[in-house]
Design a protein around this ligand. Structure first.
Ligand code: CA
Length: 226
């Protein structure tokens, strides 16, 4: 099993990495909220362990952005008892489970196993549902987009953009919405940056028969087979 631990306290990182590695699991660690989303997209973990108070971007914002980016990885929130438990439920943030600190390592193991099992079962039921439009296909398991049998070589931003459009074939997605998804929480980025991502992605799609169409005032749309 592959885990992504998003936690900034070093003592906690050490304890968890040691304990979880002992179970034969691989653990990637990220201590910064702003970088966590990118790690998440790169690593394709089976389960994410998420601390809430993080430098950069707090844990709930990380989680919100991940869900907006169609990252469906089960998430177990680890946080100090009583501080945000109710808030999490109220916010309906997309967490799958919640474990207050301090916790017992056996309890953590049991929760992680349960989450992973539940997620695998629901994936099996839905046939892991790859999203496909024309000749393009997004595989939920690998997190990659294929043209036929070939994986498209995309940057994480291009991938986020194309995945969003693929999930809504024939529908325009506004520039604002795409910006939120492609540059989550990055307030220092110029709004026009989305056009650069679109421009590069367009070039990469040339040989696939898919077209990224600009609809003035409405946003962008993915058109296939014209
Ligand atoms: Ca923390």
């Amino acid at each position: 099993m592959k885990l992504l631990l998003i936690e900034d306290e070093q003592a906690m990182q050490k304890t968890l990495v040691r304990a979880l590695s002992r179970l034969g699991w691989s653990v990637d660690v990220c201590g910064d909220g702003a970088q966590a989303l990118q790690r998440w997209q790169e690593v394709h973990p089976d389960v994410v362990l998420l601390d809430l108070s993080l430098p950069g971007l707090d844990g709930l914002r990380v989680l919100e952005s991940a869900r907006k980016n169609s990252l469906t990885t089960p998430v177990l929130i680890l946080t100090a008892r009583g501080t945000v438990g109710d808030k999490i439920i109220g916010l309906n943030s997309g967490a799958d489970d919640y474990l207050p600190k301090p916790f017992d390592l056996d309890e953590l193991e049991a929760r992680v196993r349960a989450l992973h099992r539940r997620h695998s079962e629901s994936n099996a039921e839905s046939g892991s549902s790859p999203i496909a439009t024309g000749t393009l296909r997004y595989e939920t398991d690998s997190g990659a987009i294929y043209h036929g049998k070939q994986v498209l070589d995309l940057t994480p931003r291009e991938l986020a953009l194309l995945r969003t459009l693929l999930a809504r074939p024939g529908h325009a997605v506004s520039k604002e919405r795409l910006f939120e998804l492609v540059f989550p929480g990055e307030s220092d980025v110029q709004y026009e940056a989305i056009e650069v991502v679109v421009y590069r992605l367009r070039k990469k799609l040339q040989s696939t028969g898919a077209k990224l169409v600009t609809l003035r005032g409405l946003g962008y749309l993915l058109k296939v087979g014209t």
